[in-house]
Design a protein around this ligand. Structure first.
Ligand code: GBH
Length: 454
């Protein structure tokens, strides 16, 4: 056995972390327990017509009560890391003020359970469950929300770092919760505020991220790692001609100008500001320094690709043909190259020290056979191809140090409710029984060999 070297010919470096991801509102349930306040997702899911079939996260996977069994499941699968999120309104029921004393009890018990079973906790501090009371004061349109977020994140990171958590992410997918929550209204809080206000509130969200990075560092035990999770558009060059590869890099920078680019460069691109004209956000140089506070890790969520080619003015985004293969979700085209070009272009453009793939996975029409099995060969195919492409990214120099499949369990898939299943473990919502799917067996065997046969 020759030792595998980072970025060497073996592809997957020794010490690589294999994990699974979840988010509070999607799995916890127990929405009235422990003095938890309401979040915008409680309000939204209880508003008729907003979520498929009127589904809500009231019970979800009942993870709040079943986490011990679920950690055993993770252990049996051979998981080395687990990414979860903290529900802000469990800790500050109305978003600010004095924290609830028992608000972090659940997360501390979860963290202890993970540690006792040799699983490294990765904590996302904001995966979209904004306290409703803050939305009532304008939500992300109110700059105070950014300060409240930083107070909350500093407090939680302080407490959980003393419980041994070493990895924190300030936020999950700014693009998604800004554009869907306030741009087209398909996610909570269900608003469509127009281009100018959207650009300004996105800036406020970026400020929330930057202030939180500073607060986490100020309040945590030493040695914590701070990052954020974003889902950049992943441009894939249509051909391997150098000009198309250059076009993909340009597209990575411009298509993500309001999010990852602003955070990693500390500026909005000229093209972005020019495109918005009078609707461009107002900001100061000082704010841009806050937004770009140095990070220890960048978390990237990749599901699907955007094909681009070189064109006058830089690049051209190619349309998706109507017969392009997709999973149970039409937006989720089967295009694993995002896992190669995504991390590779992020590395080339911004040289992060560490990249984690914090989400990757797919929906499928999972059903149980009469023998009680879920034979999700489509997901096995999807994951195998994505992981092979990730290995290619590592070979080409991307500093990918860990991978989290989305998701451990079938769960509340936002506006799709329970109609879309993303888990490698099947959940029977009638009785909360968990059944590992074929993809869980594939994933476990792949972990056992550290990706040797990808
Ligand atoms: C992630 O978002 C989320 O972080 C996670 O919570 C979620 O469960 C997971 O992916 C799976 O969706 O229905 O055509 O309007 C991924 C980015 C942005 C993808 C919103 C789906 C809706 C497309 N998502 N998008 S559509």
């Amino acid at each position: 056995e020759k030792p595998s070297e980072p970025h060497g010919p073996d592809g997957i470096p020794a010490g690589f972390l294999w994990g699974a991801a979840t988010a509070s509102y999607q799995v916890e349930g127990a929405v009235h327990e422990g003095g938890r306040g309401a979040s915008i997702w409680d309000t939204f899911s209880h508003t008729p017509g907003k979520v498929q079939n009127g589904d809500t996260g009231d019970v979800a996977d009942d993870f709040f009560h079943r986490y011990r069994d679920d950690v055993q499941l993770m252990k049996r699968m051979g998981l080395q890391a687990f990414r979860f999120s903290v529900a802000w309104p469990r800790v500050f029921p109305s978003g600010s003020g004095t924290p609830l004393v028992q608000g972090l009890d659940f997360y501390k018990k979860l963290v202890d359970e993970l540690h006792a079973n040799g699983i490294e906790p990765f904590c996302t501090l904001y995966h979209w469950d904004l306290p409703q009371a803050l939305q009532d004061n304008g939500g992300w349109e109110n700059p105070d929300t950014a300060r409240h977020l930083a107070d909350y994140e500093g407090y939680v990171a302080g407490e959980l770092s003393r419980a041994g958590v070493r990895h924190f992410f300030t936020m999950n997918e700014i693009r998604t919760f800004a554009e869907l929550g306030y741009g087209n209204g398909t996610h909570a809080p269900g608003l469509a505020v127009g281009r100018k206000r959207l650009a300004q509130l996105t800036h406020t969200i970026l400020m929330g991220h930057g202030l939180s990075v500073q607060a986490i560092r100020a309040h945590s035990a030493t040695g914590v790692r701070v990052g954020l999770c974003e889902n950049p558009v992943a441009p894939v060059p249509a051909t391997l001609e150098p000009e198309d590869v250059r076009a993909a890099a340009l597209a990575m920078r411009e298509e993500n100008a309001a999010y990852l680019t602003a955070i990693l460069e500390g500026r909005y691109t000229e093209k972005y500001l020019r495109r918005l004209e009078d609707d461009a956000p107002r900001f100061t140089a000082d704010e841009m320094r806050t937004i770009s506070s140095p990070l220890d890790a960048v978390g990237l969520n990749f599901y699907t690709s955007t094909y681009v080619r070189s064109a006058p003015g830089g690049y051209e985004v190619l349309p998706t043909p109507s017969d392009f293969p997709h999973t149970a979700s039409t937006w989720l085209t089967v295009s694993p190259e995002c896992m190669h070009w995504g991390p590779r272009l992020v590395q080339e453009l911004w040289q992060p020290k560490t990249i984690y793939i914090t989400e990757n996975g797919c929906s499928a029409a999972d059903t149980m056979t009469s023998r009680g099995e879920v034979l999700d060969t489509g997901r096995v195919m999807y994951l195998r191809n994505c992981l092979g492409q990730m290995r290619q990214a590592i070979r080409n120099g991307a500093a990918v140090k860990g991978y989290f499949v989305w998701s451990l369990l079938d769960n509340f898939e936002w506006a799709d409710g329970y109609s879309k299943r993303f888990g490698v473990v099947y959940v029977d919502y009638g009785n909360q029984t968990r059944t590992p799917k074929l993809s869980a067996q594939f994933y476990s065997s792949m972990i056992a060999s550290n990706g040797a046969d990808l």
